[in-house]
Design a protein around this ligand. Structure first.
Ligand SMILES: [Zn+2]
Ligand SMILES: [Zn+2]
Length: 182
């Protein structure tokens, strides 16, 4: 959703509360698309903190469907996203970037602002990226899938022999078996 910030940029002290929507059906991460299975509205507060300068605060709850790292079953992963950014109007950008280039909060890659418009989807995509879990498991003790037949081991044993013998042990076993045959 695009929100025009012109009036907040130009009205000293103005505060605007907006309920926006996150319009993405899925979230693309490292080449995979994860469905957004649930999401709240985005509550946004836009505050003029000086001419041409707006503080953008907001939050959103959403649920992504991500496969378990071990067994690939779908897992609903709830994420709480909260953010605060300072946005400069294009009229101020040049002057201000010289003035405050040492201020880290202005060094954000603001790919979510174009001209006077705030792109809430782009902003939220950045925030989800920061909040993506490193590891997703359907449960702490997920047993994963059988490397031999692909059976989900959480649903019980498949009966495959998954014992990978030490090659040196295998050699001894061969000798043992050969002797037994004699
Ligand atoms: Zn699992
Ligand atoms: Zn198996």
């Amino acid at each position: 959703m695009l929100i025009n910030l012109t009036d907040v940029f130009t009205s000293e002290g103005k505060v605007k509360n907006i309920s926006a929507r996150y319009d993405q059906e899925s979230f693309r991460y490292m080449g995979n698309d994860y469905p957004v299975s649930d999401k709240s509205d985005v509550s946004l507060t836009l505050t003029n903190i000086g001419t041409g300068c707006v503080l953008v605060e907001g939050k959103l709850e959403l649920t992504l469907t991500i496969p378990c790292d071990r067994c690939l079953q779908s897992v609903n992963v709830p994420l709480s996203v909260a953010f605060t950014h300072q946005v400069l109007s294009p009229d101020r950008e040049d002057a201000a970037s010289k003035e405050i280039s040492n201020d880290a909060s202005f060094d954000d890659e603001q790919n979510f602002v174009s001209g006077y418009e705030l792109d809430t989807d782009a902003l939220i995509n950045n925030e989800i990226l920061i909040n993506m879990p490193v590891k997703v498991l359907c449960r702490e003790d997920c047993k994963g899938i059988c490397p031999v037949c692909g059976h989900n081991l959480n649903e019980g044993e498949c009966g495959c022999d998954r014992f990978v013998p030490d090659p040196r042990m295998a050699a001894i076993k061969d000798i043992f078996n050969a002797n037994k045959e004699v």
